[in-house]
Design a binder for this molecule. Structure first.
Ligand code: ZN
Length: 115
């Protein structure tokens, strides 16, 4: 069963990294949002500063969310290697399978989940 969750997590990580690469540039161990969206070819000269600024804000917001999810996935993968995957970090009890199926990166049982 863990193997199945591991596959799902690795797939999700790959997808997240793909998404991140579309909107951000890797700087060392970090990512920095690109100033404009990737399809700069479509951006004409008449695009004013306001639009570019808006794009930048969007990329930053999206990047933040993607990085948060990536962190959670990474953490879950580490928990698999250290053998504590599927155990609630609050009570040490088994996390329900239905919960892991809904969210393979979950680290709390249903009783202790925060949202
Ligand atoms: Zn618990």
């Amino acid at each position: 069963m863990i193997e199945e969750f591991k596959n799902r997590l690795e797939k999700e990580k790959e997808e997240l990294l793909n998404e991140i690469q579309k909107i951000a540039i890797k700087t060392g161990n970090d990512f920095e949002a690109k100033e404009t969206t990737t399809n700069t070819d479509d951006v004409s000269d008449v695009v004013d500063q306001a639009d570019e600024f808006e794009n930048f804000n969007n990329n930053e917001a999206i990047l933040k969310e993607l990085e948060k999810r990536l962190d959670r996935v990474d953490e879950a993968l580490v928990r698999i290697t250290t053998g504590v995957y599927g155990k609630c970090i609050e009570c040490g009890g088994e996390i329900e399978n239905s919960r892991l199926l809904a969210n393979p990166a979950a680290k709390r049982c249903k009783k202790h989940m925060k949202n």
